[in-house]
Write a new protein. Sequence first.
Length: 41
Amino acid sequence: MLTDCIQNPRLSSTEKIVWVLVIIFLHALGGLIYYLVGRNK
């Protein structure tokens, strides 16, 4: 999920930073949240 988040062209740079921090600090739960919410944007 971290790689997908960084390479996602639909996210702005600010959104990428926020999602990377969520994924890093919440580990598996952060990846799951990104997959369900952030990836579809």
